[in-house]
Design a protein around this ligand. Sequence first.
Ligand code: PMT
Length: 409
Amino acid sequence: MSAPLKAMSVNPQSKKCVVLGVTGGIAAYKACEILRLLQKQGIDVFVVMTKNACQFVTPLTFETLSGHPVAVDTFARPATWEVEHIALAKRADLFLIAPATANIIGKMACGIADDMLSTTVMATRAPVMIAPAMNTGMWENPATQQNIATLVSRGVHVVTPATGHLACGDSGAGKLEDVAVIAQRALDVLRAKRDMEGLRVMVTAGPTREALDPVRYISNRSSGKMGYAIARAAQRRGAQVTLLTGPVSIEPPQGVQIVPFMTTQELLDRALACAQEQDVIIQSAAPADYRAREIAPQKIKKQGGEDMTIELVENPDVAATLGRAKRGDQTFVGFAAETNDVLAHARGKLIKKNLDMIVANDVTTPGAGFDVNTNIVTLITRDGSEALPLLSKDEVAVRILDAVLALRA
Ligand code: PMT
């Protein structure tokens, strides 16, 4: 049975609007229930249908339920002089497509806008969520999976389809997720959460650079995307955020205090300087574990065919150092970048560094880890673990912060 939806308090002045896109699949009738669930939470719902969707459910049904005209035809003469698909695109606080067929997913991934729904979703600046539903073979087709990955990397929220008995007679993945789950995910996006107000959050992000000589250094592939997404999400939720950042080439989030570092020792120094005043510390940086014993004062020359040995010494472990001084009212989160025995290694680091939670990612999996817009992580606490599917780093950030607040509750 579906969990009851968490109520959303609605001020009529700020009534939220969902534009609900319905595409042509047997699950189209379930969009009526999604519409009703959202309306019960005080949401105004406008419906856009594809022509194929009208084969399954009539526009009249959605017009009656929503109390608004249903948009299907781009060239229908409008009742007002607004350009209809642009007006709807602007009105949306959330653009939800449920069910989303392989066809609309493919169009969105490729930037095709050839009907009312595809033009409207392309024009919107609102968050977009899709709830795919299709035959298992179509869902598992590499083209669909690649299109989904493209949309996720652009920040589209995907409600992964459930597994079960499908209308076509097959059994497998591709069934529209429970309508209550879809409505809840939509409400979660619509809620402008300010549930971190009053909290001070320190986030570390990016790589370190350990110099070998004036022009060369040891580093890694961290882009800072994961940590920046966490800092941005925490700031949006009202936290006072300090972002300790290694050398990266992405835009810093607005409204956060930026503290740059270059080496692991510098990261440790900066972190120690502000750790005590933090409520939450999240360490997604990838500090180098070793540095050169000596930094050559001049550019190292070739050795005339001889091998060269660089002696490395171990760097301090920032997370473990902070962990030793952790107060009971602080919540510490680390990351574990692993290539094998991911969960076992991550659990070991959780204990060794005195963390409350560790976010494990297998950095060898496509779509996860370094320098991509998505990640696949498992959130591990001392009491259990939760494996998350492929999500954008922005969504992973939201889930990490939800878990942090749950730990502090
Ligand atoms: O930056 P992106 O391109 O978005 O990539 C994201 C990421 C792969 C860097 C991120 O998801 C991630 O996994 N970050 C942790 C990288 C890492 O150093 O993992 P680790 O398993 O070696 O370290 C475990 C924890 O100890 C981490 O929280 C790390 O910040 C910390 N650490 C590690 C070494 C060290 N000397 N001091 C530390 O504090």
